[in-house]
Design a protein around this ligand. Sequence first.
Ligand code: ZN
Length: 201
Amino acid sequence: MKIICVGRNYRAHAEELGNAVPEEPVIFCKPDSALLPPRNPFIIPPWTGDVHHEIEWVVRISKVGKYIEPRFAYSYLDAMTVGLDFTARDLQSKLKSQGLPWERAKGFDGSAVLGSWVELPAKPMAHEIRLEKNGTEVQRGTTADFLHSVEDLIAFVSQYFTLKKGDLLFTGTPAGVGPIHPGDCLEGFLNGESRFRVNVR
Ligand code: ZN
């Protein structure tokens, strides 16, 4: 199983980090060891002082595909949820400034949180994603605001990586990313329903 992630898929988030809005999707991967086991707390690694939360709409691949056409792309998905793409922003900024890959800042142990799965609707539609930190809303977005639709993302990614059953696609985060601290509780919602709760240590 692989975890494919999209960066800068919401204009307002690209702008809040001072990044250009890209013409092509920005793609990176996390190793499968990045998945935080269900119900485990997230432990901030000792080598970073600035881990950010990024709530994202996550979809699951249902079958093998390569060079998938956008018009068929939706049929390669079978479930959705929300997840967190934890990011060590301090390390990522350092790596970015040196023109180096982001993997260490994005793919570390526990950096991928997955909510419980929901069956995908038969037809594509907009979904609302939301993150609460200690009971207060910190991020909210709708997939209607994507710069690249999920169909276009699947088509794009499958030109480079063969997609396999069980692979995950994290589709990017809306504006409002920010730091987390020990003692925080993060709760993710998809279309108003809670899908995960994570305690930070
Ligand atoms: Zn992200």
